[in-house]
Design a protein around this ligand. Structure first.
Ligand code: UDP
Ligand code: MG
Length: 313
């Protein structure tokens, strides 16, 4: 029986402090998995610190490590897409460089895969390593997203998961250039199983996702998979129009009964401000989607590879 090749896909952005611990823990964990060979595909996502030279030196001594150097920072979603496109394995596991996900879990994903699944999700059983605010905002995001979009994203599942070659090929063939990976992972479907684990804190360095970045990420997620924010305005407009008819009827009757009264400046002014605000929000939402159309229509590649290092480069 031929051995399975497992590709670990590791996006790295300014991770020089985490990398030596990373390799010292991940390599033994991968070696311990039965009947599999492995490759570690590191994507240097335009790091500004010593990440690249460190990765290259590791790739020189370890033939199972390959390095894909992107021409600048393209963001984690693009780095991950690059990694999935470069991975050669029969099974592929995206994995963060900061060791928040314990490497031992990979073996559990593999054994679940052997039971005959195409995708094995690694689900966080608790998020105590995240701050209260992050937990709450993540929870509200999943709730809102899953209410708005037809596609359900599994809660508390990150990019860490196992996918077979078929699943990865399907993902690679998706044409869109704005990639919300969590959503795309869910979109492709396939027979899916779950493994639960406890997520740790970062071994070194800082999170690359500030509150503002996460907020934009959430907007990206919702606008990627739902057009409900657009449709909402139709209903809102209908509601306002209907209400204004009722109000008009009230005004007519009042005028007939009580005659015309001129004052009304304040109410006109307030409703004017309110509805111009509402209209601008509506335009903003439409703009959000037009922006997406605009970016998709340019058909730019997702990322640019500067150079490959490692086996057969
Ligand atoms: N990352 C990346 N490009 C970026 C931001 C992050 O490749 O622009 C990588 C980062 O090096 C790490 C992974 O994505 O391996 C997850 O990032 P991080 O740990 O900062 O995110 P968090 O775990 O806080 O959500
Ligand atoms: Mg992290």
């Amino acid at each position: 029986m031929s051995r399975t090749l497992l590709s670990l896909v590791v996006p790295c952005y300014n991770e020089e402090d985490a990398l030596s611990t990373f390799f010292s823990q991940v390599v033994p964990a991968l070696e311990a998995i039965d009947e599999t060979d492995f490759e570690i595909v590191c994507i240097n996502d335009g790091s500004k610190d010593g990440t690249l030279p460190l990765l290259v030196s590791i790739a020189e001594t370890n033939a199972r490590v390959r390095v894909i150097d992107l021409s600048r920072n393209f963001g984690k979603e693009a780095a991950l897409s690059a990694g999935l496109a470069e991975a050669r394995g029969d099974i592929v596991v995206p994995f963060d460089a900061d060791l928040q996900d314990p490497p031992e879990v990979i073996a559990r994903l593999v054994s679940k895969w052997r039971e005959g699944f195409d995708v094995v999700l690694a689900k966080r059983s608790d998020r105590s390593s995240d701050s209260y605010l992050k937990r709450q905002s993540a929870m509200s995001f999943y709730r809102l997203h899953n209410k708005l979009a037809d596609l359900k994203i599994p809660e508390d599942v990150g990019d860490f998961r196992l996918m077979t070659r078929e699943v990865v090929d399907t993902l690679n063939a998706l044409p869109e250039s704005r990639r919300f990976m969590k959503g795309l992972f869910a979109w492709v479907g396939f027979r899916t199983a779950e493994v639960t684990y406890v997520r740790n804190s970062r071994v070194a360095g800082q999170t690359k996702f500030s509150g503002w970045k996460l907020w934009n990420f959430a907007l990206e997620g919702i606008t990627s998979f739902s057009t409900l924010p657009l449709r909402m305005w139709t209903y809102f407009g209908l509601f306002v129009a209907a209400t204004s008819f009722v109000y008009a009827a009230y005004l007519v009757i009042r005028t007939l009964v009580r005659g015309i009264d001129v004052p009304g400046y304040a109410s006109i002014f307030v409703s004017l401000l309110f509805f111009s605000g509402v209209q601008m929000i509506g335009i903003g939402v439409i703009g959000e989607y037009i922006g997406r159309i605009y970016i998709e229509s340019k058909r730019r590649p997702l990322y640019v590879i500067r150079r490959r290092y490692g086996r057969d480069a």
